[in-house]
Write a protein that binds this ligand. Structure first.
Ligand code: CA
Length: 719
């Protein structure tokens, strides 16, 4: 630990004053970051503080005044893709990232644009990402901002002008690595991970020198079979938990374990915490088979929370939430640090609600398991034993049984990337939670494909919904979204607000006694932090998934949220069915509110839907079946399962190319639309398979055309 990072609690306030004074001269320094909580006006790091509590001490917008909250200003974004960023605000200037890793700077009080930066991410990068071309934000250090780009670059920008100071490539760009997460900076080291575990990569997190971009350390989360004597001890230990022969074979695709989102830092303990993602492929039987061909081993450090020294990347401890994970149960979800009184003792804890549906409380000094309780219904575990190890429901171990199973939660998770918030006064963690089960159907004779498409080892078409609208509506009706106020000491909910559908926004908690969250009903709302009563709402004209944040300029408090429907669930769900109330649309726009704000949004644009007018379906049943199989693996993750048509990306049933084999080939096989993100699938599909997919989509379009006339009526009479 260097001098300057060792900040004792008693000196925080004094240091804050110093940090503020120093800020004008040398920008964001360690002292400012360590004492960010005391700096009420600004929001200088992703989760507002290193503890990532997303709690603001600002209180002029509160339960009494919130009725006067109105739009102060707004800014339209230049894309209509997913928006997931948390803006930073530093001394009256707001910095936000948008889809395709673009950065925009505004005057935080007036909304006047100051500068913008476009890293020119190639459109074809879009096919390397599971969950939309999103970005979650920048990090600040000194007078610079740091951005991770979708194509794996780390870029340093001059905070005043947006000019590039340096950029480094942090990944092998020949593999399907991507960056969507926000970097963090600890004592001049820029920390960034990456994603791609659905496509076959080996996960790691790395640190770069803020001054010159030099890579300082890299921490791999899974072994790769080359672990010799010089390998770090944590990888030698991990190798004991894998079938290393399989992992090192030519069929292996990296093991996964990407570090694509959460980090937190405790300056007193000098520990950096991060969450590790799912296995690659998901199905452990293909990733780490045992002697009988079924999955075996815990496969460290998949689905784990790991603590390292930020100076060196040296391993300190880990806790694995889902040993031998096989269901895409990432532990990359938001990590919050807090001090809680548990059984009469003050404990320094780390909290997480990973995808697997349990809320975990760990001792963050040692990694010791304190408690876990399910926060949503789940069926993969019968409980968690006293050592923190789950007791599996063997029927859901599809990697062992080889048989399909309906498992709750599914890959959406009980909670995804959407940030939680912790209110220290209430002692509550607010969770944007979901209920959504999935059929995991092991795929026989599965083979990896490094070139394109999802590499998960399951038949992704097995859970497709039938064309019958009634059944689809029934299934969507079982998929839920919730805002949960969770007591982490009692391990139980204090209150729950039910949303009409899942994929609701990240959360902000304030000392004004308020919780802010957007939702899939195109609403941005405030709730009483103690009771969950909705006390204010705003018609956002779009689904909101990003987390709100707050700041003040010249003593006036603002609330900002980046609106825009998108991300994993949004691009794959039938936007018409999510809420039983019409399509969830994407209007990408930064919304900023203040008391007495009187700005007005322009009138809502009418949604224009192309006609559903496919050519007749004349292909053979075999061709359509082949097309269905290939569609599920290569198309569904962007264009929705069973081609039901997401509201964000092109609805293939309505594509003008559907009736013309040559035009279809030009797009899917030749890749003429690659700059839009639609690359050539020639590396993975034959021309015959490409046409079989067209035949399948024609078949699906004809099925849905029959339903289309009755759809509006059916929806309006839905229960
Ligand atoms: Ca995943």
């Amino acid at each position: 630990m260097t001098i300057g990072t060792r900040i004792w609690a008693g000196t925080l306030l004094a240091l804050s004053a110093l940090g503020m004074a120093a800020c004008a001269q040398q920008g964001v320094a360690t002292d400012a970051l360590v004492s960010a909580d005391a700096d009420e006006a600004n929001w200088i790091t992703h989760g507002r503080t290193y503890s990532e509590q997303r709690f603001s001490p600002l209180r002029s917008i509160n339960a009494e005044t919130v009725g006067d909250l109105g739009l102060a200003w707004f800014a339209d974004m230049d894309t209509a893709r997913g928006q997931e960023a948390t803006p930073l605000v530093i001394d009256g200037k707001l910095y936000v990232t948008t889809a395709w890793s673009k950065v925009k700077a505004y005057d935080a009080a007036t909304g006047q644009p100051l500068w913008e930066y476009d890293p020119q991410v190639p459109g074809e990068t879009g096919v390397k990402v599971c969950c939309d071309v999103v970005n979650r934000g920048v990090a600040a250090w000194g007078d610079a901002l740091f951005l991770g780009t979708l194509d794996g670059r780390l870029v340093k920008l001059d905070r005043e002008t947006g000019a590039v100071e340096w950029e480094v490539v942090t990944v092998d760009q020949d593999r399907a690595y991507s960056i969507t997460g926000a970097p963090r900076v600890i004592d001049g080291k820029v920390i960034i991970g990456n994603g791609g575990a659905e496509f076959g990569v080996r996960g790691y997190i790395a640190a770069y020198d803020a001054q010159d971009g030099k890579e300082l350390w890299r921490f791999y989360t899974v072994p790769d079979g080359t672990e010799g004597d010089e390998a770090p001890q944590h990888l030698k230990a991990a190798a004991e938990t894998w079938n290393m022969e399989a992992l090192a074979s030519s069929d292996a695709i990296g093991g996964g374990g990407t570090v694509w989102d959460s980090m937190a830092y405790d300056p007193d303990l000098d520990l950096l915490y991060f969450g590790v993602g799912n296995g690659s492929p998901w199905n452990r039987a293909y990733r780490s088979p045992g002697e009988d061909g079924t999955g075996e081993g815990d496969n460290l450090y998949l689905s784990s929370i790991v603590a390292v020294r930020p100076d060196t990347g040296e391993y300190v401890w880990h806790y694995q939430t889902t040993p031998g994970e096989t269901w895409d149960y990432t532990a990359t979800q938001h990590i919050i640090l807090a001090d809680l009184e548990i059984e009469g003792t003050q404990r320094k804890v780390l909290m997480q609600a990973p995808k697997n549906g349990f809320f975990y409380v760990l001792d963050r000094e040692t990694g010791e398991f304190i408690s876990a309780r399910e926060y949503i219904p789940q069926n993969w575990a019968k409980g968690i034993d006293e050592n923190g190890r789950p007791i599996f429901n063997e029927e859901t171990r599809v990697d062992v049984t080889g048989k399909p199973a309906l498992v709750m939660p599914g890959p959406l998770g009980g909670h995804n990337w959407h940030p939680m918030a912790f209110h220290p006064g209430e002692g509550l963690v607010y969770i944007p939670a979901f209920e959504a089960a999935t059929v995991y159907a092991p795929e026989a004779d599965w083979k990896p494909d490094r070139a394109r498409g999802f590499n998960v080892g399951f038949d992704l078409g097995a859970g497709d919904l039938p064309p019958d609208l009634g059944i689809r509506r029934e299934v969507y009706g079982t998929v839920k979204g919730k805002l949960m106020a969770w007591d982490p000491v009692a391990q139980e909910p204090r209150w729950v607000v039910e949303h009409p559908g899942p994929w609701n926004g990240g959360i902000l908690a304030t000392a004004g006694g308020l919780i802010f969250q957007g939702n899939s009903s195109s609403e941005f709302a405030a709730y009483n932090a103690g009771t969950g009563e909705k006390v204010w709402s705003f018609a956002a004209q779009t689904g909101v998934v990003a987390p709100p944040m707050t700041y003040s300029v010249e003593g006036e408090q603002y609330i900002a949220v980046l609106a825009g429907w998108g991300g994993a669930y949004a691009i794959t769900a039938d936007g018409h069915l999510i809420n039983h109330q019409g399509p969830v649309r994407n209007v990408s726009r930064l919304l900023v509110f203040k008391l007495g704000g009187e700005a007005q949004l322009p009138p809502e644009r009418e949604l224009v839907s192309l006609p559903l007018d496919p050519p007749p379906s004349r292909a053979s049943a075999e061709t359509i079946a082949l097309g269905k199989e290939k569609y599920a693996r290569y198309c569904a993750v962007c264009h929705a399962p069973a081609a039901v048509g997401s509201t964000e990306l092109p609805d293939l049933r309505r594509s003008g190319t559907l009736g013309n084999a040559q035009s279809w080939k030009a797009v899917v096989y030749d890749g003429i639309l690659k700059d839009n993100g639609m690359v050539s699938f020639a590396p993975s599909l034959t021309e015959e398979e490409v046409q079989a997919i067209r035949a399948y989509v024609i078949q699906r379009a004809n099925e849905d055309k029959v339903l289309e006339a009755g759809k509006a009526v059916a929806l309006s009479t839905a229960p």
